[in-house]
Design a protein around this ligand. Structure first.
Ligand SMILES: Nc1ncnc2c1ncn2[C@@H]1O[C@H](COP(=O)(O)OP(=O)(O)OP(=O)(O)O)[C@@H](O)[C@H]1O
Ligand SMILES: [Mg+2]
Length: 347
């Protein structure tokens, strides 16, 4: 056992022991909860809301609220949170990271902290890695939240305008980091309060946190200026990356599925576009177009990741292999693929 593991392993154990005491209290409510009728169990949600208004804190009501959520899950989903799942729920509520193995039921764990934190009425976001999971979890866990009298929303790419705003008004909203992130950025550009899509930011749970906060964080979310026709930029960037030769000019990190220009590649790029310094903040947009062109040309595979049909790029779902009609890769990647495949570059 390494020294780090010794220290952190110990620390971890100590923290978990503290949480076990809370879990004992949660479990002590079990019989009382089972004795309630469905209506009485649902009425607990309003009772908690009232108690919060009268000054109790989320931590005060946590054990009882978790017990309500647990019994509600049993009645609406046929699943009752295991002890480790209750521990995970407390960890999430504390704003920490819970590491759980695949298949251990993280979707259900999140409901405990989501339910509790939604009770003060300021909204909860559950961040997933893709639209498919956002939709699946919102529908699946939505049965539990609805059963307990809370509303659920889901922000996916296809939901726009007023409907999108409605999703954010729900007690608990599922969505991807891209959707949440871009809505946040767009909200920072509006002139009137009425145009805002999101309401206040209160509490969020991130699923697959390593992927979202580390891997995905390498691709910044960028909104390009309005009214600019960017299709020519996508085509220019595409023509440029096609002049590159692999070893010398760009590097692929297979493990992280990342691609970047080498120093030589950067020099060629600066010459190609007639600029002094590719890294200069002034060239941030160009950076973005080149990055997406590199991905489109050298990382994504036609017929694996997408297909070209009737002049359109259709995404192939990575999980089910089905074609996702009407869906577009976000962040300009779709446009970069369109430029690469020589079809119309859409907005
Ligand atoms: N307390 C429970 N009782 C019964 N079944 C459960 C319970 N918790 C989870 N499950 C079941 O375990 C399965 C896996 O759950 P889930 O998809 O949430 O796992 P996960 O930890 O998110 O896994 P992954 O890392 O693959 O995303 C689901 O089919 C779910 O119904
Ligand atoms: Mg999962």
């Amino acid at each position: 056992m390494g020294i780090m593991e010794l220290i952190f392993g110990d620390l971890n154990k100590k923290e978990v022991r503290k949480i076990e005491k809370t879990v004992d209290i949660i479990e002590s409510y079990d019989e009382a909860m089972q004795a309630l009728s469905d209506e009485e169990l649902r009425a607990k949600t309003d009772e908690f809301k009232a108690r919060l208004k009268e000054g109790e804190t989320l931590d005060d009501i946590l054990p009882e609220a978790f017990a309500v959520c647990r019994d509600g899950a049993w009645r609406s989903l046929g699943m009752k949170h295991f002890r480790v799942q209750l521990i995970g729920g407390v960890v999430l509520h504390q704003g920490r990271i819970a590491e759980m193995k695949t298949g251990e039921g993280k979707t259900l764990v999140a409901t405990l902290a989501a339910y509790l934190n939604a009770l003060d009425g300021h909204g909860v976001h559950v961040v997933t890695v893709n639209d498919y999971l956002a939709k699946r979890d919102a529908e699946w866990m939505g049965r539990l939240y609805n059963f307990l009298g809370l509303t659920v929303g889901c922000v996916i790419h296809a939901v726009e305008g007023e409907k999108r705003r409605q999703q954010y008004l729900a007690d608990i909203t599922y969505g991807t980091n891209n959707e949440f992130g871009f809505d946040y950025l767009r909200d920072n550009m509006v002139t009137y309060k009425e145009e805002l899509t999101q309401r206040e930011l209160n509490y969020a749970i991130v699923d697959e946190v390593d992927s979202i906060l580390i891997d995905e964080a390498r691709t910044p979310l960028i909104i390009s200026g309005r009214g600019v026709d960017s299709s020519s930029m996508y085509r220019n960037a595409n023509s440029f990356v096609k002049t590159l030769t692999k070893e010398a000019d760009y590097k692929i990190d297979e493990k992280d599925n990342q691609i970047a220009l080498t120093d030589d590649g950067v020099k060629i790029c600066e010459q190609y576009f007639g600029i002094d310094n590719f890294s200069d903040p002034d060239n941030m947009e160009l950076n973005h177009y080149v990055q997406q062109a590199l991905r489109a040309n050298y990382l994504l595979k036609r017929d694996d990741d997408y297909i070209v049909k009737d002049g359109e790029i259709l995404i192939v779902d990575e999980f089910t292999g089905r074609l996702m009609y009407g869906r577009r890769f976000s962040n300009g990647l779709h446009q970069a693929i369109e430029a690469n495949e020589g079809v119309k570059v859409r907005n």
